[in-house]
Design a protein around this ligand. Structure first.
Ligand code: DC
Length: 219
């Protein structure tokens, strides 16, 4: 079933809170463009880590951002970020080095400002590509990127469940540490919007979470 108007859905939550699995499935159900904003921060971090090795100036972040060109390519219903002409490999984006560094870069206001403009522009990309709407996941989607989203969800799960999810995916990740940095930064911290539906999925299956969200959207 498709919603009638272009629909904008924000999904926020900490690391491994089930955002991607849920958002992908909801996107499929309603023919929405799915955007994982975590990969935007990861891609910039990955490139920065390589770029910094050869850098000799005094303003690494500003100079790095000054030579970045961001575009989008589609993989099924998901938007992939293309930086300076190439789409980074997913495995590289989830390396231990990127996991350890990404929250520090994500706390930088000029980097967030650059991504804010790009992320907001993805509604246009979704329209141009014939999608019925957009579902965007991250940390600040309902609070900063799209405060007027039609639907907002905030996913959470207990720490044991989240650690098990990462282990099952085969990734090494410091979930609690990243959440702490993400929640305490000054610019656009990880937060549940006042008008978001909070869903604790520790004891729910992925299908149950998707059904719950779809029922709210259809209702
Ligand atoms: O969703 P993820 O775990 O792949 O995100 C990686 C990091 O990117 C996360 O620790 C913080 C940052 N991030 C952010 O600051 N804001 C977003 N909207 C999405 C991710």
């Amino acid at each position: 079933m498709k919603p009638k108007k272009f629909v904008l859905i924000a999904v926020d939550g900490g690391a491994a809170s089930g955002k991607s699995t849920t958002s992908r499935a909801v996107a499929e159900r309603f023919h929405l463009l799915h955007v994982d904003t975590g990969i935007h921060y990861r891609a910039l971090t990955l490139l920065f880590l390589n770029w910094r090795r050869k850098y000799v100036g005094e303003n690494p972040i500003a100079d790095f951002l000054g030579q970045i060109k961001i575009e989008t390519s589609l993989s099924g219903q998901s938007a992939l970020v293309k930086i300076n002409g190439s789409v980074p490999d997913d495995e590289d984006l989830r390396s231990p080095e990127v996991n350890a560094m990404v929250s520090h870069l994500a706390a930088m206001p000029n980097l967030r400002e650059l991504l804010k403009g790009y992320q907001r522009g993805l509604t246009e990309f979704a329209r141009e590509n014939g999608f019925a709407g957009l579902i965007m996941e991250g940390r600040d989607i309902g609070t900063v990127i799209f405060p007027d989203a039609d639907f907002k969800f905030f996913l959470q799960a207990d720490e044991k469940t989240r650690a098990k999810r990462r282990a099952d995916e085969g990734f090494q990740d410091s979930i609690a540490k990243r959440d702490k940095i993400d929640s305490n930064r000054k610019t656009a911290p990880l937060a549940c919007a006042d008008d978001a539906e909070r869903i604790d999925n520790s004891n729910l299956t992925a299908d149950e979470v998707v059904d719950k969200i779809c029922a709210i959207i259809e209702g």
